[in-house]
Design a protein around this ligand. Structure first.
Ligand SMILES: *[C@@H]1O[C@H](CO)[C@@H](O)[C@H](O)[C@H]1NC(C)=O
Ligand SMILES: *[C@@H]1O[C@H](CO)[C@@H](O)[C@H](O)[C@H]1NC(C)=O
Ligand SMILES: *[C@@H]1O[C@H](CO)[C@@H](O)[C@H](O)[C@H]1NC(C)=O
Ligand SMILES: *[C@@H]1O[C@H](CO)[C@@H](O)[C@H](O)[C@H]1NC(C)=O
Ligand SMILES: *[C@@H]1O[C@H](CO)[C@@H](O)[C@H](O)[C@H]1NC(C)=O
Length: 414
């Protein structure tokens, strides 16, 4: 996916020339032109939002706002249990990089984990990290004007967003604990919370990591590896020209990707997934691919991209490197500290794929060796299983969701 970064720089540069106003945030918003999309024959699921999608497929949903202690206002969608009763604990779902809460439902009622959990009597809370389309709000900062709004990476997602969401769900449901399921960056956020806010571990009944990301020493994607070497530079360039927010849903690149993936889901968007994550063609239905890509690129900060680049280059799971001087101010030393995984004491089920180029088995092994409360490191038996198959794969219910449901059933009784 990050190959799009290069593309976006070109677009940004063009926009800058047009705007002629460097160092200030460049802000524009393309209208969500539904009549046009309809006329062009888009599948409506592509432009339907979380509420519209869940309603269409027969599920109730509620929209909640959660405010973090540093003032970010997050959109969280609840799909209550479809049963009269609720099993076990509420489930928080946290999306990965470039994605949003929609990730859990774009595959429709048969493959969307959000729906499957609700149908299995769980109370589902699909969250959105700061800066993504549903969470582009703050009590005082303006994401269109204030560069400070975009000064965050997954460090802040883990340190502030997740604790606020966990507390909110616990309060709203009157349950003492929650289940947590994260995909990709949603797992990184979780380890950050567990390490920086260890008191939250006891609020987690069981945490599931789909495509875990902490160490990135063995990342297999050559393309991402090449881009990673340049992410600090890329961030500086983007910030300089006013694009601290990248891949936003209201930005041009989103519309292009959405359109292209309508026309040629497998040949173009499937290939984009292949060269970045190892995706095997046809393992996700082409309808799901086209809908999912219409919901992807929900917005991230340039700093998040740079932080992942730093993990790849430093080969460590550590906090954001602000530079020598910045590190002294922020951390009291010249180097950024590593996240202490010994402190992440929540019970953890790691789910990984043999052909995931981003979350490699070697790196997951190192992670699981350091986590003190491992439940299981489950490797999906299909040898072609990759990064996004966990979310959208036609076989995700068979290989992944049945596993999650079985563990939940066991943990419901504890
Ligand atoms: C979703 O779409 C509906 C209908 O257009 C709209 O009323 C609602 O505000 C939207 N929700 C969000 C969170 O954007
Ligand atoms: C749920 O409860 C209502 C009233 O208490 C009852 O009429 C209905 O049959 C129940 N539904 C299920 C699926 O148990
Ligand atoms: C806790 O939930 C109750 C209602 O469920 C609500 O009135 C109250 O404001 C909530 N408190 C916090 C801190 O969110
Ligand atoms: C961003 O936030 C970090 C941590 O709060 C701080 O150390 C750093 O100086 C900030 N950077 C900018 C450019 O404001
Ligand atoms: C990590 O946390 C453990 C448990 O509190 C502690 O014993 C260890 O010294 C910490 N490691 C570092 C590098 O701070």
């Amino acid at each position: 996916m990050l190959f799009l970064a290069v593309f976006s720089v070109i677009i940004c540069l063009q926009d800058t020339v047009l705007a002629g106003n460097p160092k200030k945030l460049i802000s524009y918003s393309l209208a969500d032109n539904r009549p046009l999309k309809k006329a062009l024959g888009y599948d409506e699921d592509v432009y339907f939002n979380f509420t519209e999608l869940s309603t269409k497929y027969g599920f109730l949903s509620e929209e909640h706002s959660v405010t973090t202690e540093d003032g970010y206002i997050l959109g969280v969608f609840r799909i209550p249990s479809t049963c009269n009763t609720t099993n076990g604990y509420p489930v928080i779902l946290m999306h990965g990089l470039l994605d949003s809460s929609d990730a859990w439902i774009v595959a429709g009622p048969k493959v969307g984990l959000g729906y499957i959990l609700s149908s299995n009597c769980y109370d589902v809370w699909a969250a959105n990290g700061r800066g993504t389309a549903y969470s582009r709000n703050h009590v005082k900062l303006d994401p269109n004007k204030d560069a400070e709004y975009w000064n965050y990476s997954f460090d802040e997602n883990g340190k502030y967003d997740l604790p606020a969401i966990v507390d909110y769900v616990i309060n709203a449901t009157d349950k003492p604990k929650v289940y947590y399921v994260g995909h990709s960056q949603g797992t990184t956020d979780f380890y950050v919370m567990g390490a920086l806010r260890p008191e939250y571990n006891k609020k987690i009944h069981l945490s599931v990591s789909l495509a875990p990301i902490a160490y990135m020493k063995h990342m297999k994607s050559l393309l991402l590896l090449i881009i990673a070497q340049q992410t600090d530079l890329l961030k500086d360039t983007l910030d300089e020209i006013g694009f601290a927010e990248i891949f936003g849903k209201h930005q041009l690149i989103h519309s292009i990707v959405e359109k292209v993936c309508q026309i040629a889901p497998e040949p173009i968007c499937g290939t984009a997934l292949s060269i970045t994550t190892g995706y095997k063609h046809e393992s996700i239905s082409s309808k799901t691919l086209s809908v999912a890509f219409g919901h992807l690129l929900a917005g991230i900060s340039s700093k998040t991209l740079a932080h992942f680049g730093q993990l790849i280059v430093s080969q460590k799971f550590q906090r954001y490197d602000e530079g020598k001087e910045g590190n002294k101010v922020r951390y009291g030393g010249v180097k950024p500290p590593e996240y202490n995984l010994t402190l992440v004491t929540s019970p953890l089920l790691l789910v990984c794929g043999k052909n995931d180029w981003v979350s490699s088995l070697e790196d997951v092994n190192e992670l699981s060796a350091r986590l003190p409360n491992m439940v299981e490191e489950y490797v999906v038996p299909d040898p072609s299983w990759s990064h996004n198959n966990h979310l959208w794969g036609v076989n995700a219910p068979k290989y992944v969701f049945s596993k999650i449901l079985a563990y939940f059933k066991e943990y419901d009784l504890r």
